[in-house]
Write a protein of this length. Structure first.
Length: 229
């Protein structure tokens, strides 16, 4: 019985949806390393074993949260841009935006070699295949194009953030702290020793994403050009 004058707390019934929301919130706040069954249970205020009634383990949890996150930015089924290049670019920018919103995502998934059983992730692949379906590529080449776009975006996103060796420093501060070692190591490397502010900006993740995406699409375009006689 609730104490007089105190409103009883209504507990939301536990289910897969609540577990997924809690896991995403936990990862958004604390990073990929916090994404454990025990951590999610603690966030929900329940015993860890109670999660296993709804989720078989961490692998299924990763599939579920990946599906939920990709569902946040579904690609348009109508009204999208015309042409294979514009459509592939849109899909790459949408996936990039997901990684900016959830930096932990590329650290817990491997969308190429171990793709999750996720409808919303597979919808991105299907959308990219349809983008190039009328270009005359064999199906295997179409799959390679779709996989390369995702692999490129994910690899650049993985390069973001602060790894364990940086001590929490951002990239610029990390480079500044190691300038003496960098100068010493590059003393006899004439090209590398020219690395300065412009090069630092050019190798920021956003700049690499923009540069690399256009070059990747340029390469696909070359495949479509008639062979020279």
């Amino acid at each position: 019985m609730a104490e007089r004058g105190v409103e009883p707390v209504e507990r939301v019934p536990l289910g897969a949806e609540q577990i997924v929301r809690a896991a995403i919130g936990l990862a958004d706040e604390e990073g990929a390393q916090a994404l454990t069954m025990r951590g999610v249970a603690a966030r929900l205020g329940v015993g860890v074993m109670s999660l296993y009634r709804y989720v078989s383990g961490r692998d299924e949890l990763i599939d579920l949260i990946t599906d939920a996150v990709f569902g946040e930015r579904s690609l348009p089924e109508s009204g999208g841009p015309r042409g294979w290049r514009a459509r592939l670019e849109l899909s790459a920018r949408s996936e990039w935006a997901l990684y900016q919103a959830h930096p932990w995502l590329p650290r817990v998934t491997d969308l190429i070699s171990h793709p999750p059983a996720s409808t919303n992730v597979m919808a991105y692949t299907d959308w990219r295949l349809r983008a190039v379906a009328d270009c005359g590529f064999p199906y295997a080449a179409m799959v390679q194009i779709a996989a390369l776009v995702s692999s490129f975006v994910q690899s650049i996103a993985l390069a973001q953030g602060h790894g364990p060796r940086t001590g929490g420093l951002n990239r610029r501060d990390w480079m500044a702290a190691r300038k003496e070692a960098f100068d010493r190591s590059s003393r006899n490397l004439p090209m590398v020793s020219q690395f300065g502010e412009e090069a630092l900006r050019a190798t920021e993740s956003e700049a690499l994403f923009e540069f690399g995406l256009q070059r990747l699409l340029d390469g696909f375009g070359v495949m479509l050009e008639p062979a020279s006689p």
